[in-house]
Ligand binder design. Structure first.
Ligand SMILES: [Zn+2]
Length: 145
């Protein structure tokens, strides 16, 4: 392993230099076209603990939409125009035969100032701590003995 051009030991990159593909050090790579960055496979990036979140539409979205829309004094047709949807979509949303998609719900939320999307957090299954409490110095001494 080492640079094909100067012989320098160390990480190399694949580079296209004067028409040939060579493994060169970063210094020599500047003279050509870098094809690939060296891969550091040994370095594993530990992904942060993921908390799965699921966005769901509230179960009574139809009622919320209808009430808020009526309160705003707009008809279904006017409201449909406002949010750039067909009137039939509004009808379905309000009679519960259609559940809005998350983006549509977000739009409705903004316009009607209501809540339609709920975030459900599925927390990573955390094992309940079996520790009785923090160890005191006294406990540590007992353990040592
Ligand atoms: Zn080199």
């Amino acid at each position: 392993m080492g640079c094909d051009l100067c012989g320098k030991e160390g990480p190399v990159l694949a580079a296209l230099i004067e028409g040939s593909r060579l493994n060169v050090c970063s210094g020599c790579g500047k003279h050509g076209k870098i094809l690939a960055r060296p891969t550091f496979s040994q370095k594993k990036t530990s992904a942060p603990a993921k908390i799965e979140t699921a966005e769901t539409i509230v179960s009574d979205s139809a009622e919320r939409i209808r009430k808020a829309r009526e309160k705003s004094g707009t008809t279904q047709a006017e409201f449909a125009l406002k949010i750039n949807e067909k009137e039939s979509v509004i009808q379905k949303l309000e009679n519960g035969s259609l559940t809005p998609s998350i983006p549509l719900a977000r739009k409705l939320e903004k316009l009607l100032r209501i809540t339609l999307v709920e975030i459900e957090k599925e927390e990573a299954a955390e094992k309940p701590s079996t520790k009785a409490g923090p160890l005191t110095i006294g406990d540590l001494i007992k353990i040592k003995k």
